[in-house]
Design a protein around this ligand. Sequence first.
Ligand code: GSH
Length: 212
Amino acid sequence: MITVYGEGRGFRVAWLLEEMGLPYRLRPVDLLGGADDPEFLAVNPAGFIPAIVDGEVTMVESIAILEYLLARYGPSPLAPHAHDPAFPAYQQFLHLGEAGLAGPVNAVVATHILGPEPEWDNCTTRWALRTFESRRGLVARQLARSPFMAGEMFTAADISVTYALQLAERTGNAVPSEAERAYLARTTGRAAYGRAMDSCAATKAWVAAMAG
Ligand SMILES: N[C@@H](CCC(=O)N[C@@H](CS)C(=O)NCC(=O)O)C(=O)O
């Protein structure tokens, strides 16, 4: 049984596990509560989420975890083979979803959570948002060409990018374009997305609270 520690980007992991039909349990981690959590810190002494424990394997970094699960428990249509024409775009957008999109948004979100309001607008947060927007342009270009990041088929790259676009929208850092909205409807309309949302109680509560 795979244990997923923490939601946030752990949602990506839960979604993939649901897509692949692999059993898992979600172990909540309260990052903001500041509570001592020795069991979690023994898994990830760096104290960030998500982390997984799969038997002898302990891992962090959501995209690396997706790649691990696909490689160890695949093959899966969610990860095109290296010689598949969809592979380069798959690999690029799988990583761009974190390195180019969600990562920069993190700088803005963390500043808002941790810093006093007069410090929210600074050169680092402005840089982070410009970085996010420029990479978002690559997503827009891809959506003008194909329904999913790697082409005609839904892949783990869409799990990565969907999470990033949702993070930016939910934290008030982006308003989805019409093409992004249609894309998000395609990706989040999947049954596995709904099951992941059901198992990620904190994410579900956050989204419900936002919907009013
Ligand atoms: N690149 C990492 C980012 C992980 C990350 O920033 N996680 C956030 C919550 S989603 C977190 O734990 N922040 C608190 C911290 O970094 O101490 C990944 O994709 O897993």
